[in-house]
Design a protein around this ligand. Structure first.
Ligand SMILES: Nc1ncnc2c1ncn2[C@@H]1O[C@H](COP(=O)(O)OP(=O)(O)OP(=O)(O)O)[C@@H](O)[C@H]1O
Ligand SMILES: CC(C)(CO)[C@@H](O)C(=O)[O-]
Ligand code: BAL
Length: 371
């Protein structure tokens, strides 16, 4: 995604933020891999040595000016120093900027303790009164700040979330949205904030999370966004392990070596069989059955080795409408059909040990095309 953006645009902004609101309280937010230092090293490699030296020299010069008393102070910002420097009027022309905002920046209300929202006492000195309920709302008492752990757990608990959230109804509620009911609201919300902060002309998302990319495209269209526009949200094909076909994913780090080589690749292989069945004229229902049977076989093999493999779902849907498909891809010309092949997405999710993996294959279209 980064290479594509850097090839096609003068400036690229990479956002790096682990978003609590898309993880349910029972999910893996706490253990989710956080590799900022390593990520930055990889990014520096992408930017290239020649450029880096120039950047460092210009950065040091700008920094020195900022530190002299007469320098215009940069506005308070939680973005990286690179951005601070730019805000101080020292354009660095960096081809790549990392925007790694804090939780407080992304969710300002999460700094306010829960008790400050509803105050049952009569002490309204530090809180505004809600005229409907008579209860005090929304103002923290004298600088009281929510501890990190509580702030995060409030953000994860949908009944305690406060402030603006974005929901893409229907599209975010099916398929992966059934398995993770708060996921797409968290994703749509955080991406709206990131898009507002960065105002990108183009945005790049991975095909591995296909429903996420399509839900976001829908959101941009419905909200009349032009930074980016829905057409400028680009879906980049899934990168896979060259030997097994396993889709690369941060969560693969949870897999044991045996799970990774022997059982995790079964998802990709099962989806491939479903796609083949569809292309051979079988119905979507039959194709789902083919993939399910394959995964059941893996489940039995894994059980014999003491590994738990649990099928979450396999499904087939139409990318433009999110309708689940049940019949054949080819609508017969006789009998009212158009005779055209429909576009489809074959999706699946499976647990291998403690790791939940997702993957998908496209049929009748490619990631670079409009769905
Ligand atoms: N194998 C992949 N091929 C293409 N894009 C990918 C791949 N894995 C992740 N992406 C994309 O990278 C972006 C960042 O994803 P994220 O940081 O959540 O990592 P991830 O590896 O998808 O994590 P997870 O383990 O949660 O699925 C998303 O747009 C995602 O679709
Ligand atoms: C879209 C996203 C950045 C929202 O946090 C995340 O779900 C991801 O990286 O796939
Ligand atoms: N791939 C986005 C992170 C998540 O699954 O929550």
């Amino acid at each position: 995604m980064l290479r594509r953006s850097m090839e096609q645009n003068k400036y690229t902004c990479l956002t790096l933020f682990i978003n609590p609101t898309q993880f349910a309280p029972h999910e893996d937010l706490a253990s989710y891999p956080r590799t900022l230092d390593r990520d930055v090293q990889v990014l520096e490699g992408l930017v290239g040595e020649g450029y880096k030296k120039e950047w460092e020299a210009r950065y040091a010069a700008a920094r020195a000016r900022l530190e002299t008393p007469s320098a215009v102070k940069a506005p308070e910002t939680t973005t990286t120093t690179t951005t601070t420097t730019i805000a101080a009027g020292e354009p660095l022309e960096a081809p790549l900027i990392v925007f790694a905002p804090s939780r407080e920046t992304m969710y300002p209300l999460s700094t306010i303790p829960d008790e400050a929202f509803i105050d049952e006492t009569d002490d309204l000195t530090s809180a505004a009164e809600n005229t409907t309920t008579g209860k005090a709302v929304g103002v923290a008492k004298d600088g009281e700040v929510q501890p990190e752990e509580e702030a995060t757990s409030m953000l994860q608990d949908t009944s305690k979330q406060r402030g603006a959230f974005v929901r893409v109804k229907g599209w975010g509620d099916v398929l992966e949205g059934e398995a993770r009911p708060q996921f797409f609201q968290g994703v749509a919300t955080v991406c709206t904030k990131l898009f507002n902060a960065v105002q990108p002309d183009h945005a790049y998302f991975g095909q591995k999370d296909i429903q996420q990319a399509l839900v976001l495209k829908r959101m941009l269209q419905d909200l009349l966004s032009d930074s980016p526009s829905a057409e400028n949200l680009h879906i980049i094909p899934t990168t896979r392990d060259a030997t097994t076909g396993l889709a690369l994913s941060s969560r693969n780090a949870y897999l044991t070596p045996r799970e990774r080589t022997q059982y995790a690749p079964a998802l990709f292989s099962a989806l491939g069989k479903a796609r083949e069945a569809l292309l051979n004229g079988r119905t979507a229902d039959e194709a789902i059955k083919v993939a399910t049977e394959e995964l059941k076989t893996t489940k039995r093999e894994a059980e014999r080795e003491g590994v738990t493999v649990t099928l979450d779902h396999v499904d087939i849907f139409e990318p433009a409408t999110f309708r689940r498909l049940r019949g054949p891809l080819l609508r017969p010309a006789s009998g009212g059909g158009s005779g055209e092949q429909r576009k489809a997405v074959v999706v699946g999710a499976v647990w291998v040990g403690r790791t939940r993996l997702i993957d998908n294959l496209l049929v009748g279209w490619e990631a670079g095309e409009e769905p």
